[in-house]
Design a protein around this ligand. Structure first.
Ligand SMILES: C[S@@+](CC[C@H](N)C(=O)[O-])C[C@H]1O[C@@H](n2cnc3c(N)ncnc32)[C@H](O)[C@@H]1O
Length: 303
């Protein structure tokens, strides 16, 4: 399935009225949001299109061809934003977007190991060139640690059961594939509305890709490097991520503390509540159902 950009109209609206010279797209994926933003902002001089997955760039390059050299592809993690800017001697960005989570392409490529619906190696790395795989976590982490990961990052109430089952299965032989793990979880966990492997797979993916750490570091970097009047937009897909975004923005909100002459913070939060997909979009693109968009503008002080 090709990837449909979520909340595309809302993302374009997030940057309305901002004169953008340099834009940093931290998760360019298939380039859906990128093409919409580039169309809406012909004034953009440099569009930095970052993704840690080399395969995403193949698709995005084709889609973003009409914009020629304005678009610079960066292979890496968006949390390294400042490094990428320094390398290019860019001081400030006027727009920052991240649309985090896995893409439909990643889910559909069985050999990437993201989906319990397809048989593939237990990999789950967005950047296949390095780092720990889901297989090594599942086969080597102590039971207590697995339980904690499933509880914390999967919000799985049956975390202990899942961890126990994994540890007892791997004593016989290591778990190598998505199908082996999915079958094991199906056999021990209660069935609800979602597949019993959903939350454990989510938790493993978050740990393999350090998704929450990426988000925290990426947001802090973006806030530091946004120009005055510049905006950032973040689309997240589960409550753990949305909580981080909400608190990170709130911590940096521009305000005048009581009994103080000096304002603190440098952001105006433009979404008191996150923007969610319309009924129509949710119907057309099920992936959009859990998406939450938060937007903020840099004001007053430059840190
Ligand atoms: C949901 S897709 C983005 C789709 C894109 N906005 C579009 O319109 O096509 C998420 C993408 O973010 C990438 N990604 C996830 N975490 C990342 C990170 N920390 N740094 C860079 N890219 C990341 C994934 O590899 C994936 O291609």
């Amino acid at each position: 399935m090709s990837h449909i950009a979520v909340l595309e109209t809302e993302v374009v609206r997030a940057f309305e009225g901002v004169a953008i010279a340099t834009f940093f797209d931290g998760t360019v994926g298939a380039g859906g949001h990128a093409s919409a933003i580039l169309t809406a902002h012909p004034e953009i001089e440099r569009y930095l299109a970052c993704d840690r997955d080399p395969r995403a760039h193949l698709l995005a390059k084709k889609r973003l061809e009409p914009w020629g050299e304005k678009v610079e592809f960066i292979r890496g993690s968006y949390s390294s934003l400042e490094h990428f800017l320094d390398e290019r001697k860019i001081a400030r960005i006027d727009g920052f977007l991240i649309d985090i989570g896995v893409s439909s392409m990643q889910l559909d490529e069985a050999e990437r190991g993201f989906s319990f619906r397809f048989e593939g190696p237990l990999d789950m790395r967005m950047d296949p060139s390095g780092g720990v795989t889901a297989e090594s976590i599942v086969n080597s982490y102590p039971e207590k640690e697995l339980e904690q990961i499933f509880r914390e990052y999967g919000e799985e109430w049956q975390a202990r059961k899942a961890a126990q089952a994994i540890v007892s299965a791997r004593k016989k032989r290591p778990l190598r594939t998505t199908a082996e793990l999915a079958k094991l979880l199906e056999s021990v966990l209660h069935r609800g509305k979602i597949h019993p492997a959903t939350k454990v797979f989510q938790a493993l993916r978050i740990v393999v890709n350090d998704e929450l750490g990426e988000l925290e570091r990426g947001l802090d970097a973006a806030i530091r490097r946004l120009s005055n009047g510049g905006r950032l937009a973040v689309i997240s897909f589960h409550s753990l991520e949305d909580r981080i975004v909400k608190h990170r923005l709130k911590d940096q909100e521009y305000r005048m503390p009581k009994r103080s002459r000096e304002a603190v913070g440098c952001l105006k939060i433009l979404t008191k509540k996150p923007i969610e997909a319309s009924i129509e979009e949710s119907r057309k693109n099920p992936r959009s159902r859990s998406a939450k968009l938060r937007i903020a503008e840099k004001v007053g002080r430059e840190s």
